[in-house]
Design a protein. Structure first.
Lengths: 442, 442
């Protein structure tokens, strides 16, 4: 991508109305633009990151036999009346009347709609289990939208739903999704703390939140620091015992939100040097709610003895648009964003120091043409001051900066700077290809 | 994908409430399910097709320097009041009040929002041209939603917008998008007729629709059949003259909707053997509207002499969800869907004729494991009657059916049937790999 042609308008100053660092940086880097209170347009750079996160999450689900569907944003109110939740969301639910005065609403979540759907399709115990997910825009009419896409009104959520024969099978689905979430957050390069949580308006007996620890987070958490000792990357999710044992190992350690916190249990069961009290951002939330929605929608199946049974269910959400901001909260410095490799909008930022110099131009153009075939390269080919180019590339947070200057080129070198460490090295132009292969590998 | 585990529930009978063949087949194949009037859930098979079409369109735009953004579904009403269009959509616009009684609406299109956006970012003639697009759900509160996703209320649209210095440059953008659309429809395997059209509530001087000819279509068209003689695949869109000449070549032939039809011109300029009067489905619509929205939003730039000028704009829409139905209208028979290779949800349908036979099972399992790495394979491993498997695979419309039977296996053969022609051949199992390579290449 050539910056001279791209839709990229950055700000030098911090916007006065932004408080969170992620909000400031997303506005300054030209990733988002507010359309109206709590509602945002995603600009090219922001959308690239959002799509990368979305696709990483989608693929992780599909690989594990969670199938993708897409429910609409607009829902009929009758299914919410049926579940008894029509008033639970209060004024946060955006209610709508259509031209025929039918009551509709912009979905804040989809338990009703999906239970209604499967109740028509599932007939027999042979049709179970089923795990489904979708990634769709939701709307919650927050009283005070703030912090950019961290707490906005129209937001992108991945929500999955499990349908099982009974509690035992449903518990396996819950553990499978629990470990899948830990794997996804690890892939995203995030250190996430799973905590026991209240289930809120979704309801149900079993519920965990996934918290990204940052000082700016609104959720207070209390946990045993050994929770980080568990590596889930080798857990085989198709194996019931593996998934359950791995989950229970993690959950055996104290880790709770303030609603579930019990000071005496915390003090008595966690050694004092392991007690952590901290803040974070909720980026995922999972629920087992049993037959709560199946009852309302007659979602049942015929068991192997010929009699009817209610389906057991759970739901599993990740805040996809919020994750963009959360990742920035965890990866930034005073110069700008520092993208982890898996979600960076571009792998390489190419800076032509002297756009008035033929040697620099020619090398940069050739580099851009050659390496764009293999990597995502953003090329600052603009005719602006070199200081602006450096500041801009740091702000955008591209992991590797290739700096093409006349003097270095005369010695057959280019400078390569890593955004995360700030360190730069001179690399011989004949070794650039293998250097990039090494640095860009995932 | 193993059908035994997949979320795929097909219907043997035609649903009584569906009139169009695409609507019937989408319901029967388990691609969509109505959530409420004119609002649909996309099930796994349907969503795969929707995503393939969406991504093909997205990539074609991005490759041609049209950059992707994502505007929200919910818009503030004030920008519509500013453009003077707040009442133009009448009752088709879904108006909403939020908790603070702010007037919002579910976007039926995005000219206002994007002009408001660029009016803040574009300062100088150096910032132009810009072409942007997004693929987002829209809502139009149709008085009589019908024909499934062909005429529904919540639908997926790709809408692009061009921003240029003046009429001349804007005309180039218009021609570039015109030819890009012809290329996209060709990639999708569709024979599309571009016709001169009325511009409706979008406004503007220049407007063309892209029509897929089918007898069930609601749009009547009148055209010179030589319009199909133009091959656009080699037109270089970065070359202004090429794009304009190619467009004008096509537009020199008579081709109009009924609103723009002029019988005497038709009779006098088109030889009688070339006169076609026909029906079709609108799948794309493009508009040049000049400074209509720039004026309302003060979207201007400083020209190279230092004075202010208004930006010239156009918009370019493709009905992405409608295309799924349109493609089925053009590709089906009385047994079901016949997917073109580019948009098929799966490349290969594997039918194990004898799930009670070890040889057949073993071969099918190995085939599935081996070829799933290279192709998208849907494997009917269910324990149902073989007649049901054949009917089901024909209904789903998978281009190549691999039929594994005991007798053929004893002779080291499998049967391969092409869905489009209905022809089948026996292929030696040692030649299957090269046969598939030949048949599945695009």
């Amino acid at each position: 991508m050539r910056l001279s042609k791209y839709y990229s308008f950055t700000l030098k100053e911090n916007p006065s109305d932004a408080y969170l660092v992620s909000h400031k940086l997303m506005l300054r880097a030209g990733m988002i633009k507010q359309a109206t209170s709590g509602i945002y347009t995603w600009l090219p750079l922001g959308l690239k990151v959002l799509n990368k996160i979305k696709d990483l999450i989608r693929i992780a689900h599909i690989k594990n036999d969670v199938y993708e569907i897409l429910m609409p944003t607009i829902q009929p109110s009758d299914i919410w009346i049926k579940s008894g939740r029509y008033d639970d969301y209060g004024k946060e639910m955006l209610k709508i009347s259509d031209r025929n005065d039918n009551e509709l609403l912009y979905g804040p979540t989809n338990e009703e709609m999906i239970t209604d759907l499967v109740s028509n399709d599932i007939k027999s115990y042979k049709d179970l289990p089923k795990l489904l997910f979708h990634v769709q825009w939701k709307f919650r009419d927050e009283i005070r939208p703030r912090f950019g896409v961290m707490r906005c009104r129209e937001f992108l959520m991945k929500d999955a739903y499990s349908f099982d024969l009974d509690y035992e099978n449903s518990y396996y689905s819950y553990c499978k999704m629990f470990i899948l979430y830990m794997k996804i957050f690890k892939l995203l390069g995030l250190k996430i703390i799973p905590v026991k949580a209240a289930s809120g308006p979704i309801g149900g007996a079993l519920s965990h939140e996934f918290i990204l620890e940052t000082s700016s987070g609104e959720t207070q958490i209390f946990y045993d620091k050994r929770v980080f000792d568990h590596d889930v990357s080798n857990v085989n999710l198709t194996n019931k015992t593996d998934a359950i044992v791995a989950t229970e190992n993690i959950l055996s350690l104290y880790s709770r939100t303030s609603e579930k916190h019990d000071l005496s249990v915390f003090k008595n069961t966690v050694e004092s040097q392991n007690q952590i009290i901290s803040n974070g951002i909720e980026v995922g939330h999972i629920f087992y709610f049993g037959t709560k929605y199946s009852e309302a929608f007659n979602a049942n199946y015929i068991n192997n003895k010929g009699s009817k049974e209610l389906i057991h269910s759970g739901s599993y959400g990740i805040g996809v648009s919020r994750l963009v901001a959360a990742i920035i909260e965890a990866n930034n410095d005073d110069r700008g964003i520092k993208w982890p490799k898996k979600v960076t909008p571009y792998d390489i930022g190419l800076i032509n120091v002297r756009s008035d110099n033929d040697t620099c131009n020619c090398f940069s153009e050739n580099f851009y043409k050659k390496f764009s075939k293999k990597y995502e390269v953003i090329y600052d080919d603009r005719n602006v001051r070199v200081g602006d180019k450096f500041h801009n590339m740091d702000l955008l947070g591209i992991p590797l900066q290739i700096i093409v200057g006349e003097k270095n080129l005369l010695n057959s070198n280019i400078e390569i700077k890593e955004r995360v460490t700030g360190k730069s090295e001179l690399i011989n132009i004949n070794k650039v290809e293998s250097y990039l292969e090494y640095k860009c590998e995932f």
